[in-house]
Design a binder for this molecule. Sequence first.
Ligand code: ATR
Length: 274
Amino acid sequence: TDRYAVIGNPIHQSKSPLIHGMYAQATGQDIDYTTIEGPPGGFAGAVDAFRAAGGRGLNITAPFKLDAFAYATERSERAQLAGAANAMKFDGERVLAENFDGVGLVRDVVHNLNTPLKGKRVLLLGAGGAARGALLPFLEQQPAELVIANRSLDKALELARIGAASGAGVVRGCAYQDLAGQTFDVVFNATSASLRAELPPVPASVFAPGCLAYELAYGKGLTPFLRLAQNAGVRQLADGVGMLAEQAAEAFEWWRGVRPDTRAVIEKLTIPLV
Ligand code: ATR
């Protein structure tokens, strides 16, 4: 039995053991997946101990994604772009770091929600870790335009600069008030505002007819952002349950070489948006 775990602090709320347990059962993989509450400032020690005990891989959640990135000996391109890791694989002395949050998000939007991003006008709210992870996966889909809006304008401009440097399409950073008069086909809330039941100052006019409003946070119900969209007439509302399931599937495939179907997990974890 190969050992895996998710490390974070707090960790009791994590759905990862449930998700990976379901994937293991569905694919017939013999794994043991547990949780580790990493002590503040003690990430490296906790991971060392897990590896010494035979651990093969970890998922990483808040507040350790930057620590995991630093701990690794090899980092994938998307982990480098995000500057953070949400999955690690251990191979002797080698520690490989990955970041599947962005690809998981895109997979959910394109495959599960049947919303191709190619040729679409896409708005990304926020320029923190979550937005950073989504940047390249979005641009790979070749949207007509990707606009990044953030409270601190400099962070939005910096992210847009990184996106433009990758040569993968039209990307622009702006402040929230600059969004007046513009509409988008897909709007993602990648700010952490929802975690405190706050609303990023996005104008209600940004939602184009037929728009998808996507909240990256999971399990917060109808957040102020989703409520704003709903009140503006948006009928396609989503939270991050599919993103959660898809990034886990990516990690599972990376570790085990077999890709699990995500449908049953999404069904089980979906909380109605009311
Ligand atoms: P995460 O890893 O969740 O992305 P983060 O890196 O701390 O967390 O980034 C938080 C993001 O949410 C930032 O873009 C932040 O905006 P600033 O860069 O201007 O601080 C954004 N954010 C948090 N609370 C917000 C609020 N009430 N309104 C608008 N943006 C908010």
